[in-house]
Structures are given as structure tokens and as C-alpha cells.
Design a protein around this ligand. Structure first.
Ligand SMILES: Nc1nc2c(c(=O)[nH]1)N[C@H]1C(S)=C(S)[C@@H](COP(=O)(O)OP(=O)(O)OC[C@H]3O[C@@H](n4cnc5c(=O)[nH]c(N)nc54)[C@H](O)[C@@H]3O)O[C@H]1N2
Ligand SMILES: Nc1nc2c(c(=O)[nH]1)N[C@H]1C(S)=C(S)[C@@H](COP(=O)(O)OP(=O)(O)OC[C@H]3O[C@@H](n4cnc5c(=O)[nH]c(N)nc54)[C@H](O)[C@@H]3O)O[C@H]1N2
Ligand SMILES: [Mo]
Length: 747
């Protein structure tokens, strides 16, 4: 389906169609008005359904492009690391310095001392951090690569273990076929998962479909769409799901036909649930003491979920960003299987609801340009298989994610301890693209200590972020509105062409152009073998769905018209003998022999509730009694947009706490409070509210680290509090953290 074109010229103003695919995963269609080579305003899709209407961040993008604090020239550090004192230098000097540093570090310490780290700035297929992988491989003979997913490592692990694939989502319009929708730790009004999700939920609500939210917070999604809110203690969701399984088994409500036809291992799970294995029946009363959810509520929800066919248990990824969060995902998938809600319209596999939109089930763009560039694999990865600090699911991961020797969540620890501390390398040079790692990885104060130890740091960024402050050389990158790229939507299928709308300031380069220039200086002259446009043409040509590159480019979008809502595992469920699941047994694995063979009690073969570290029962709770969650807020995409005035007006960075917890501490709404634990301390205002359960506090992630002279963060960067420890099944536990809150002393 093509998009209606907008008249191009009205009063000297032209309108350029493009797509924003910032690091929220939205993928929105933009109509950018340009007059005299400047963006004057940004409108959005008003064409055929489904419309990809822009969110508030897209609409504010003009302020991001013209921000006064935008980096306009390469910078060289002149003061102490982290102090943020730099002087502008030319591109030639900057790139020569970076090239020389890479060569020097390689010659002095070996190429494994070079660590390349990237995440996502915008989620196109061209301007990605992996552009530098082959530059380094070809120029220095390899580098140390990282692995580890922030978003839903636990969900991906669980989906691979249970279904043999991470592609386990449905298109969002299928929610309208449900009779009951469970928003389980899912708040898509704020933390966007595909542009249209809220639109489908609004339609579901209007159609009278029952919606229940299970969340420690009465989130905007709960308030807008749900008829019932079930507050639950963070990190305990697996216990509630397992107790729901108990109710279903105890009352014989399971879909036995589905279980027999499509799954293996429900009997082993039953032994655990009913207590045959460990003497503890996982009853709703057992769960109540863990989750804080009254047993009767769990019973009612279990009965409702089993009876309302079809029902969609949408397992958000936030409950999985907890210690042992992978068990939450395995338990949710098992419950979906027990009720026969997999592979049927209106059901939901409780799969990976958000696994990065650019390469999801329904819209695929194939390998990135970085992966397509000339050059083989990184010899260091081939020579050294991934060094898991944990015996996690190597087999499941093969062919799915990058290999690498360092889990990104242990980078600070690896820098500080090196080979002497059991890591495979001594790191000396860090090259960072599209990532604000100091701010966004756990234990910011420790990362700051580690970055001070390195010999050389390169950061590509658009602003002087907390991470960029630690760089030796900062390379300013263009914004997506100043270059070309392509992207794809996820659960609402859509391809976006990211047209160049305006020229970048002062000869700023895209990541692609920087990679080519750096490669040339490092003796890899053929790196830019194709132009940016030629690469995008190649990517689009690979995608059989997009008929014409030129039309796609002109229209900024190509919407995919599917015959109807699309669901995962339809064939596997309707005709199992001819369509096995890609698991060893060919079935949905409630019991996984692969996991059993690992013999790791923390990665059990059936889903189990395992109490998190820093839970309410941890002795540490005597000192730090509040459970901190760190949600994604609507005015930022992670740390991006933090400095945009229009968006800052929407909400201040604050800690939300229940009035009971506030009263006990004599804290009133708006008071400045001190939040602390052994890892760090910050001072920000409090929001006192009934919209969060007692004992739980929320600080939205992404605000910029801004320590004062005593090291107290005044910016509200939540990772000064979080612990740098990954779950055995690879969940990034950013919602597992104990803190204390008290009134801030006047400073
Ligand atoms: N605006 C905006 N949108 C974004 C992003 C962004 O930064 N800003 N980031 C994007 C990215 S990369 C990602 S990974 C996703 C993240 O998306 P999510 O992980 O879904 O977002 P969160 O806001 O962290 O959490 C969703 C809900 O889960 C609840 N929750 C937290 N802990 C628990 C728990 O233990 N149990 C239960 N039941 N609920 C819990 C929170 O209160 C919240 O209401 O969002 C994407 N979309
Ligand atoms: N405590 C806690 N921590 C979290 C989370 C949490 O829920 N709680 N969420 C985690 C999750 S799910 C994620 S995905 C990570 C995200 O972590 P990051 O990916 O590190 O976060 P971003 O803020 O998106 O950082 C991208 C950086 O790249 C810069 N940049 C450089 N070049 C470009 C470009 O060309 N375009 C754009 N747009 N930007 C560019 C941006 O300015 C920005 O500084 O954070 C994780 N951290
Ligand atoms: Mo993420």
C-alpha cells in the first residue's frame, strides 16, 4: 500500500516525507515543512489507515535539530576526564588522532584491547554502530566485541527456549479479536512499542473487550484502557503466573488437547506447581505472600483467563528486566500454552512483545549496511567463543545475536579488573557509537571510575552527554533529518524511508561517512565501495515487499497491506506434524531438555519462581526498604530528548512514591528528596501519589547524570542506584534495586 503524496510546494515551503525511528521503537511518519532550508514545523500521517501518527518526541524534533547545545565540530579533551572541557578541532585532526590511537593501542597491547560498543541512536539499517566492526577487523585485525541486550534479554532467552525463535509476536490489530487482554507490565501509551499500539487498545476498549493491567503502578495505559488494576510487587510476576497455573490445573481448566498436540513437559511443570517436586504447592495463598496480590484476585484472574477464549496475555518486557526475569517470560508462555492461546487469533504467545522493530516478523529489511560491507568476521570472535560469565544459552543464541567476548553490562568491571580479574582482555581503548553507556548501563559511578582508567575513548554523539564528557575525541554526528536511511516497523508492518530533509550544519558527517573516512586513514580505502543511496537501494531490493525504491523514497513510507491480522505460530498449531516448532522436540517446550542439560538450578528446565536479589526479604531491605523501578517515560527515548525544552515542560524528573511511604518519612508532594543505597545517591523532587503501590518507588530512566562536588547526582540518572549484575538467563535487571528515600538536607 502506498502513501498519498502531499503537495510539495505552498508559499515557498516544501514538505518532505520521512520517518522517525528514534530509540523508542515508534517508527512514525513525518511530514517536515522546510522553508529557506530550515525546518519550520513537523506534521504527521493523515492518510489511509493504519496511520503512523507521530508522538510528542517526533513533533518536537525541530528543537533537537536546532538545539543551541548541539555539537557542531569535532572536539578534543583538554581538561580532566569527565570534566567536560574540550576544544574544537578540525575533522582532519580528529580523525587522524583517532586513527593513530587505534594503531598505537593495537601495536602496544594487541587488538583485543580495543572495545567497540554501540546501541541505537536511530534504528535505521545504515547508520548503525556495526559500520565500525569491519573497519576495525580489516584495519587492526579484530577488536573485542560486546554482547548483551538491555531491553528484553530475558524475553529473548525464554522465547528461544520455549518456541525456538524470538519471532513470537502478533500484529497489534489482532488484539481486537481477543475477549480478554492482560497488560502485564506493559504501558504502551508512554513506552511506545510500535506507533499504533495505543490506537488498537483504544478500539479494544471501545469494543468492550475486558482489559486488566498487572503493574506496580497505575500507569497511563492502565488508567486509559483497563477496567481493573492489579498492583504487584516488582520481580514477583512469575509467582503470580505460576499460581494461576495452579488454579487452572487444580480446576482442570487447561486446554488438554492443545497441550497434548503442541507441547512437551507440562507434567514436569505440574510436579513443580503442585509441590510434588519441592513439597510446596504453588497456591494463590503461597503467591500472595510473595506478590502482595490477594489470593482471591489471582484465582479470579486465572479463571477468567482460562474461560475467556481467546485471551491475550501480553507479557511486557519490564517484569522481565528483573533478576531471574527470564522465569517471568517462561511462565507467561507456559500459561498461554495451557490455555491454548497460541497460534490462534485473539490469543497471544506471550512472546517477545518488543524485540527491536527493524527486523520483526512482519516487516524485514535484512542485514544492516555494516553487515553487508566487505570483510570477514572478527577473528577474535572466531578464535575465542563468547566468554559468558554465565553458563547461559549459547546454543539458543547461535545465529541470532552478535557474538562477543564481553557482556556490555560488565564492561566497567572488565575495565577495572581485566585479565587479572578473570576477564579475557585488558581493555585500553573504547569506541562508542550511538550509546550513552555511562548513563544507561547499571552502576554509573562505577562506570565513571572505569572510564577514567582507559587510555583513549572515542564517542560519536550529537550532544555533550554524560558519556561524551569522558571522551578524548568527540565526533559530532548528523541527525536523521540530515541524512538518508531506511527502517521498518515491527508489530504494525510498515517500511519507512528516512529522507534527507535539510543539510547538516558545518559539514557534519553521518556515521557512514565517518566510517569511510576513518577506514581510509587506517589503510582500508575500498570501504566506501557504494554510496549511501546505493546501499539503501540494495537493502530495499532484498525486501520482496517494496515494489519500487524510487516511489518508496519519494513517499517516505510503504505500508504493508496484510490480508488480515497476522499471528505467530498459526501453522505450527493448526498442522503440527507438518510444521514443527524450531525447538529440539519440534514442540513448545514447557520443559526444556537443553536447559536441563545445563544443570544450573538458576536456569531450571521448567519455569520457576526464583526470588530476586535485593527483594523485600533481602537483609539489605532493613537499610534500603523500598523497591525501585525505572520506567521509560514519554518525554524521552532513553537519554535522548532530555535537553529539549518543549519536552521538559511535560514532566520534571522526579521520584514517584506512595503516600503511605511519603507520610512515614514526612515527605510532601514536590519536596526535594534524597534517594540512596550503597552504590549511589541522588536528589530530585518527589511526586506523592496513590498511583504506585506502597513499598515501590519509580524513577524514570534516562535523565542525565550530573554529579555535584560530593558525587551526589542532581540530574536524576537512575543508574547511579542500579546494580551491575546480569541475570543467568540474560535479563538486564534494571527493575531490581533496593533504595531508601529521605528528605534532602538543605545544601
Ligand atoms: N517514550 C519512550 N518509549 C520507549 C522507550 C523510551 O525510552 N521512551 N524505550 C523503548 C525501548 S528500547 C524499550 S526496551 C521499551 C521498554 O518498554 P517497557 O519495558 O514496556 O517500559 P517500562 O516503562 O520500563 O515498563 C512498562 C510497565 O511495566 C511496569 N513494571 C516495571 N516493573 C515491573 C514488574 O516487576 N512487574 C510488573 N508487572 N510490571 C512492572 C512499569 O510500571 C510500567 O508501567 O520501550 C521502548 N519505547
Ligand atoms: N535503569 C535503567 N536503565 C536502562 C533501562 C531501564 O529501563 N532502566 N533501559 C535500558 C534499555 S531497554 C535500553 S535500550 C538502553 C538504551 O541505552 P542507550 O542506547 O545508551 O540510550 P540512548 O539514550 O538512546 O543513547 C543513544 C546515544 O546515541 C547518541 N547518538 C549518536 N549518534 C546518533 C544518531 O545518529 N542519532 C541519534 N538519534 N542519536 C545518536 C544519542 O545522542 C544518545 O546519546 O538503556 C537501558 N538502560
Ligand atoms: Mo531497550
Amino acid at each position: 500500500m502506498t502513501v498519498k503524496e502531499t503537495p510539495v510546494s505552498a508559499g515557498g515551503e516544501k514538505v518532505v516525507m520521512t520517518a522517525c525511528n528514534s530509540h523508542c521503537g515508534g517508527t512514525c511518519l513525518l511530514k517536515v515543512h522546510v522553508k529557506e532550508r530550515r525546518i519550520t514545523r513537523i506534521e504527521t500521517d493523515d492518510g489511509e489507515d493504519p496511520q503512523f501518527r507521530a508522538c510528542l518526541r517526533c513533533r518536537a524534533y525541530r528543537q533537537r535539530v536546532y538545539a543551541p547545545d548541539r555539537l557542531r565540530s569535532p572536539l578534543k579533551r583538554v581538561g580532566e576526564r569527565g570534566a567536560g572541557t574540550f576544544e574544537p578541532i578540525s575533522w582532519d585532526e580528529a580523525l587522524d588522532t583517532v586513527a593513530k590511537a587505534l594503531v598505537r593501542i593495537k601495536q602496544t597491547y594487541g587488538q583485543s584491547s580495543i572495545l567497540l560498543m554501540y546501541s541505537a541512536g536511530d534504528m535505521g539499517r545504515l547508520n548503525t554502530g556495526d559500520l565500525f566492526a569491519k573497519v576495525f577487523t580489516r584495519a587492526t585485525g579484530g577488536y573485542t566485541a560486546h554482547w548483551g541486550w538491555h531491553s528484553n534479554g530475558g524475553g529473548q532467552y525464554a522465547s528461544l527456549a520455549t518456541y525456538g525463535t524470538v519471532l513470537s509476536a502478533n500484529t497489534r490489530d489482532d488484539l481486537l479479536n481477543s475477549r480478554l487482554i492482560l497488560l502485564w507490565g506493559w504501558n504502551p501509551t508512554d513506552s511506545v512499542h510500535d506507533t499504533n499500539t495505543s490506537w488498537y487498545l483504544a478500539q479494544a476498549r471501545e469494543a468492550g473487550i475486558k482489559i486488566v493491567a498487572v503493574d506496580p503502578r497505575y500507569s497511563a495505559s492502565a488508567a486509559t484502557f483497563a477496567q481493573q488494576w492489579i498492583p504487584i510487587r516488582p520481580g514477583t510476576d512469575a509467582a503470580m503466573l505460576i499460581a494461576m497455573a495452579y488454579v487452572i490445573m487444580d480446576n482442570n481448566l487447561q486446554d488438554q488437547g492443545f497441550l497434548d498436540r503442541c507441547t512437551v513437559g507440562v507434567d514436569q511443570f505440574k510436579d513443580y506447581v503442585l509441590g510434588k517436586e519441592d513439597g510446596i504447592p504453588k497456591t494463590p495463598a503461597w503467591a500472595e505472600s510473595i506478590t502482595g496480590v490477594p489470593a482471591a484476585v489471582t484465582v479470579a484472574l486465572a479463571r477468567d483467563y482460562a474461560a475467556s477464549k481467546p485471551a491475550a496475555l501480553v507479557a511486557g518486557i519490564a517484569p522481565g528486566r528483573t533478576a531471574y526475569g527470564e522465569q517471568f517470560h517462561r511462565a507467561a508462555m507456559t500459561l498461554a500454552a495451557m490455555t491454548g492461546n497460541i497460534g490462534v487469533h485473539g490469543g497471544n504467545a506471550a512472546g517477545t512483545v518488543w524485540s527491536g522493530p527493524s527486523n520483526q516478523n512482519f516487516a524485514k529489511l535484512g542485514p544492516t549496511v555494516g553487515q553487508r560491507m566487505k570483510g570477514g568476521g572478527n577473528p577474535l570472535d572466531v578464535a575465542t567463543p563468547r566468554q559468558d560469565s554465565l553458563p547461559a544459552s549459547d546454543r539458543f543464541w547461535k545465529g541470532w545475536t552478535s557474538v562477543g567476548r564481553i557482556n556490555r553490562f560488565y564492561v566497567a568491571d572488565a575495565i577495572l579488573k581485566g585479565k587479572a580479574g578473570g576477564y579475557p582482555v585488558d581493555l585500553k581503548l573504547l569506541y562508542i557509537v550511538n550509546q550513552n553507556c555511562l548513563n544507561q548501563l547499571s552502576n554509573t559511578n562505577k562506570i565513571a571510575r572505569a572510564l577514567r582508567e582507559l587510555e583513549f575513548i572515542v564517542v560519536h554523539d550529537q550532544f555533550m552527554t554524560p558519556t561524551a564528557k569522558f571522551a578524548d575525541i568527540v565526533l559530532p554526528s548528523t541527525m536523521f533529518l540530515e541524512r538518508i536511511d531506511v527502517t521498518a516497523g515491527g508489530a504494525t508492518p510498515f517500511y519507512g524511508y528516512m529522507n534527507k530533509v535539510v543539510e547538516p550544519p558545518d559539514g557534519l558527517m553521518s556515521h557512514f561517512q565517518i566510517a569511510v573516512e576513518l577506514a581510509r586513514r587506517l589503510g582500508v580505502p575500498d570501504y566506501g565501495e557504494k554510496t549511501e543511496d546505493e546501499w539503501l537501494r540494495e537493502i530495499v531490493a532484498d525486501s520482496t515487499r517494496i515494489p519500487s525504491y524510487d516511489t518508496f523514497k519519494k513517499q517516505g513510507a510503504y505500508k504493508i497491506r496484510l490480508p488480515g491480522p497476522a499471528i505467530s505460530f498459526e501453522k505450527q498449531v493448526s498442522d503440527p506434524p507438518n510444521n514443527p516448532f524450531p525447538t529440539p522436540s519440534g514442540k513448545i517446550e514447557i520443559y526444556s531438555k537443553q536447559l536441563a542439560d545445563m544443570k544450573n538450578p538458576m536456569l531450571p528446565p521448567v519455569p520457576k519462581y526464583i526470588e530476586t536479589w535485593e527483594s523485600r526479604n533481602d537483609p539489605l531491605a532493613a537499610k534500603y526498604p523500598l523497591q525501585l523501578i525505572t520506567t521509560h517515560c514519554k518525554r524521552r527515548a532513553h537519554s535522548q530528548f532530555e535537553n529539549i525544552p518543549w519536552l521538559r515542560e511535560i514532566e520534571t524528573q522526579a521520584i514517584t512514591m506512595n503516600s503511605a511511604d511519603a507520610c512515614a518519612r514526612d515527605i510532601r508532594d514536590g519536596d526535594k528528596v534524597r534517594i540512596f543505597n550503597d552504590r549511589g545517591e541522588m536528589v530530585i523532587p518527589a511526586i506523592v501519589s496513590e498511583r504506585i503501590m506502597p513499598g515501590v518507588v519509580d524513577i524514570p530512566q534516562g535523565a542525565w547524570y550530573d554529579p555535584d562536588e560530593k558525587g551526589v547526582d542532581r540530574g536524576g540518572c537512575v543508574n547511579v542506584l542500579s546494580r551491575d549484575m546480569v541475570s543467568p538467563g540474560e535479563a538486564f535487571p534494571s527493575n531490581t534495586c533496593l533504595v531508601q528515600v529521605e528528605m534532602a538536607r538543605p545544601s
